[in-house]
Design a protein around this ligand. Structure first.
Ligand code: IMP
Ligand code: MG
Length: 187
């Protein structure tokens, strides 16, 4: 059995730190949406672990829905800028208070595409919650309402985030050894 943890250069965010911060986010979201009909829209695949822990930290009634998009091709660690909807939401978001749940915002291209697309469906409100944010990499400005952690410009995996579909099951967020994707330092 190969040991996935051997491919990690360093742990950036521990399991405990994730747990603690997600509890805070859940409490804040519960307060902010106390009188609203909240719908969480999870962006697959990366956001699924975050969503599952986040909803258990949210104390108010809410619904969830999923949308799958693709912004990378194959093994690349750079966003192509070409975003495709692989699976759309099940239900209409018209007049709903929508909170998008993302794993990471890097260049901002994916999120900007998703928000523009969802806005045309006339939600009552549309906000963004991301577990991770790489502000130094931004190419398209997006207003982020809830951020778990700002992280440096390093390619990370674990806790839902993958490289080539692997590493999602690691319980922490770690920096992948650059030699594994052919990079020196940052991707
Ligand atoms: P953006 O369009 O450049 O903001 O890219 C956002 C998407 O790229 C995220 O939803 C992730 O799927 C992926 N991504 C960006 N940075 C990383 C990373 O460090 N590790 C794993 N996936 C990443
Ligand atoms: Mg992804």
């Amino acid at each position: 059995m190969p040991d996935l943890e051997q491919d990690i250069a360093k742990i950036l965010i521990t399991r405990d730190a994730l747990h603690h911060r997600i509890a805070e986010l859940g409490a804040t979201i519960s307060r902010d949406y106390a009188s609203n009909d909240l719908l969480l829209v999870c962006v697959l695949k990366g956001g699924f672990l975050f969503l599952s822990d986040l909803i258990r930290a949210i104390q108010i009634p809410h619904a969830i829905d999923f949308m799958a998009i693709s912004s990378y091709g194959g093994a690349r660690t750079e966003s192509s800028g070409v975003v495709r909807i692989l699976m759309d939401l099940n239900a209409s978001i018209e007049n709903r208070h929508v909170l998008i749940v993302e794993d990471i915002i890097d260049t901002g291209r994916t999120l900007s595409y998703i928000t523009e697309n969802l806005r045309t469906r006339n939600p009552a409100s549309l906000k963004i919650c991301t577990l991770l944010n790489k502000p130094s990499r931004r190419q398209v400005q997006v207003a982020i309402d809830y951020i778990g952690f700002d992280i440096p410009n390093e390619f990370v995996v674990g806790y839902g985030l993958d490289y080539n579909e692997i590493y999602r099951n690691l319980p922490f967020v770690g920096v992948l050894k650059p030699e594994l994707y052919g990079g020196e330092g940052s991707p």
